[in-house]
Design a protein around this ligand. Sequence first.
Ligand code: HEM
Length: 143
Amino acid sequence: MNSVNLYLGTKSLHIVAIISWMAGVLYYYRLLIYHCEHRDDSKISQLLSKMERRLYQYITVPAMSVAVISGICLIVITPDWMRQKWLHWKLLMVLFLIVSTFYGGSFLKGLPAGITSRKLRVLNEVPTLLMVIIVTLVVFKFS
Ligand code: HEM
């Protein structure tokens, strides 16, 4: 495999992993909203907890790991990217996205008493907004 194909193959993997990570984190927050709205119904609550745990452990976190590792591989293959300002901003936004994913994961232990579905709806917008900023940065490559 020549280096161009290696780069493009890694980038394809990167994009597939990002799609899975975003689908996982956005659907996960949506499940938390349903969970919060039905927390008094123990049957629904149990089912939603199971769905949340499986989605988070089997899709969201593995996809996030592949997205980060493949992104690092793209930089290793083309180290010149590290000189570009858009990538520095992107990495900062990715850090916030990772924090937002792990913060959501902290609710697997149980929804805290003070949390409302309104607060969860606002939290759900954070990864959406970060995704829009990151995709704009990688496409426009502002420097
Ligand atoms: C540590 C994490 C990450 C690193 C190190 C990283 C790094 C990179 C690099 C070096 C490229 C190649 C740019 C090019 O060939 O034009 C790239 C492409 C891309 N990245 Fe990431 N990335 C990371 C996470 C993310 C995340 C979280 C998203 C979206 C939410 C994202 C979205 C994209 C997209 C859409 C492309 C394709 C851009 C294009 O072909 O024009 N990346 N990434």
